[in-house]
Each structure stands twice: as structure tokens, then as C-alpha cells.
Design a protein around this ligand. Structure first.
Ligand SMILES: Cc1cc2nc3c(=O)[nH]c(=O)nc-3n(C[C@H](O)[C@H](O)[C@H](O)COP(=O)(O)O)c2cc1C
Length: 133
């Protein structure tokens, strides 16, 4: 079991977003993939959890090639021992640019190996806090 997080720059309208949710809910439910998609006017952050191969194919074959977003940057693809969003084949939520900026700051720190000090669950925790806010 793994989780995957990426950020990207949104290049789609509200209607296109609705299409993405509908496709995602069906497909993810079939593959037992759960997670959330957070978005602002300009950005996406998506968190997905499931079996390694399913996540791999979904991300590399479909999501990363989708032209409804750009600058897709994979942040994490790590082992997980439990699901944090078991009830959501695709939860969705609008977030502020401030919340995304906070996450981007974290991403920079993580690059500098802060991750090793704080543990990988911190980023999942941050997303859960934003989700529950
Ligand atoms: C930001 C974003 C997130 C997406 N998330 C998912 C997802 O979680 N599950 C999914 O099946 N498709 C997701 N998609 C849509 C896929 O990129 C793709 O369009 C869809 O899986 C249909 O692929 P197919 O035409 O190859 O069957 C997402 C697209 C975008 C732009």
C-alpha cells in the first residue's frame, strides 16, 4: 500500500473539473484507490492511496499526461500502512492560495531533507488538516 502526492497548475474550467471528478470517482472506486483533490483557481494538490501498481499506472499513464493541468510535480510516492481517506474515492475541496503556499513551503523544506527529521506522515497530516478546516 502506497500514497502519492503531486501538485500542478490548473488549466481547466469548473465544468471540466466536474468531468474529472465523475471519471475519477468511478475509476478510483473500481481500483480501490482513495484520496482527495484540493484546488484553487490556479493550482491542484492531489493525494491518492492504494496499491502501488494501480497508483503508478493512474499517475504516469493518465494524470501526468492530462492537458487540463500543467507543471505536474510528483512530491511523494511512499509506503503507507493505513488509509487516511478510506471513505473518499475522490474527495474534493476548494482551498485558498495561502494554504497551497503553505504546502509549497513544506515541499521546499522536504527537498532539503527535513522529511527525514519529521517523518513522512507529516505531509498526510497537513493535507488532513486542510481537508478538515
Ligand atoms: C488534476 C487531475 C486529477 C485527476 N485525478 C484522477 C483520478 O484520481 N482518477 C482518475 O481515474 N482520473 C483522474 N484524472 C483524469 C485522468 O487524467 C484521465 O483523464 C482519466 O483517468 C481518463 O483516462 P482514459 O481516457 O485514459 O480512460 C485527473 C485529471 C486531472 C487533471
Amino acid at each position: 500500500m502506497k500514497y502519492l502526492i503531486y501538485t500542478s497548475t490548473r488549466k481547466c474550467s469548473r465544468d471540466e473539473l466536474r468531468d474529472i471528478y465523475e471519471t475519477s470517482r468511478d475509476f478510483n472506486a473500481k481500483k480501490n484507490i482513495t484520496g482527495i483533490l484540493l484546488y484553487s483557481d490556479k493550482k491542484f494538490i492531489q493525494y491518492l492511496e492504494g496499491e502501488e501498481l494501480d497508483l503508478y499506472h493512474l499517475f504516469f499513464d493518465k494524470i501526468s499526461k492530462d492537458d487540463r493541468h500543467k507543471r505536474v510535480q510528483l512530491m511523494s510516492f511512499e509506503d503507507h500502512h493505513k488509509r487516511y481517506f478510506p471513505d473518499w474515492s475522490m474527495g474534493e475541496k476548494t482551498v485558498t492560495d495561502g494554504q497551497i503556499a503553505m504546502f509549497d513551503t513544506f515541499k521546499e523544506k522536504k527537498k532539503k531533507k527535513l522529511k527525514d527529521m519529521v517523518g513522512i506522515d507529516l505531509e498526510t497530516q497537513m493535507l488532513m488538516d486542510i481537508w478538515r478546516d
